[in-house]
Ligand binder design. Structure first.
Ligand code: GLN
Length: 278
């Protein structure tokens, strides 16, 4: 078989993926780099290099799987969030760029050198680890009801050398002692309504429903968090919640009804209300 360069392989693969992915070229680059064990910058210098037949076969399999919709983050087992490389697996949600707004907001409220932050439904540990990496004096706890998520987040912490974050198995607040108190409680809970058509489109189809869908038009878990979190907040502490862009009003109403003050919503990269706090 004739020699095929990385450039030629990428071009053909991006063409194949163009009908199934909005990020065809990027997907192809990430998958090829994963197979050959090189960083993406390698491609820009060495794109004319021949790719061995074995690697070509492995790459073709991954392109095929991507073409049927499997997320790149699951195929290569990692995803960048807040400049950190996080291991990802199909029992956790893939960290989204929009969720960096939760981290930004938490950091802006963490004005003291020391404190305690609780991240509920931590998944890969994305929010907890990003925050912990920026606030060495804070103790961070990430909780998740899925045991595999807890071990995944622990592995991520270890690999990144982040020592001030630990992870526990807990169904929201259930594993916390009633006396536990935090300056900040944050969460990106499931908030999609069960009949939302987005659930049948793109990468979301491969993600765990339990991390995406909530009862009551997606509001059930948000309501539970609003109703319960205040008992675990220190005076002047903050609850920060990610939600869908149509849910800001409902979440702010819940926060106000429950007695939270200084309630407001903040907009994400797409200028949609995405995080509410009080
Ligand atoms: N923002 C995600 C999405 O639209 C959902 C995340 C979540 O349910 N917490 O796919």
């Amino acid at each position: 078989m004739s020699d095929i360069s990385a450039d030629a392989l990428l071009k053909a693969a991006a063409q194949t993926l163009s009908s199934s992915s909005d990020t065809a070229r990027l997907d192809a680059e990430l998958l090829l780099c994963h197979v050959i064990g090189k960083p993406r910058t390698w491609l820009y210098t060495w794109g004319d290099q021949t790719i061995a037949e074995e690697a070509r076969a492995a790459f073709a399999t991954l392109i095929e799987r991507r073409h049927t919709g499997e997320p790149v983050a699951y195929l290569i087992g990692e995803r960048e969030f807040w400049g950190l490389t996080l291991e990802t697996a199909p029992h956790t949600l893939i960290p989204r760029p929009d969720t960096e707004l939760v981290v930004d907001t938490a950091l802006a409220r963490a004005t003291r050198a020391e404190g305690q932050l609780l991240d509920l439904g931590t998944g890969t540990g994305a929010i907890a680890l990003a925050f912990a990496s920026e606030r060495a004096g804070w103790q961070v706890i990430g909780a998740d009801v899925v045991p595999e998520a807890v071990s995944l987040a622990q592995r991520n912490a270890r690999r990144l050398g982040i020592a001030n974050a630990r992870f526990i198995e807990s169904n929201w607040f259930t594993a916390l002692p009633p006396t536990a108190r935090f300056e900040l409680i944050v969460s990106n809970p499931p908030y999609i309504a069960a009949d939302d058509h987005h659930l049948n489109e793109g990468d979301v189809r491969f993600e765990p429903r339990s991390a995406l869908v909530a009862d009551d038009d997606g509001l059930a878990d948000l309501r539970h968090l609003v109703d319960t979190a205040w008992q675990f907040l220190r005076p002047e502490g903050w609850l920060l919640l990610e939600h869908g862009w149509t849910q800001a009003e409902a979440v702010c109403a819940m926060l106000n009804e429950c007695g939270y003050v200084q309630v407001e919503s903040l907009t994400d990269l797409g200028q949609q209300p995405r995080v509410s706090l009080g």
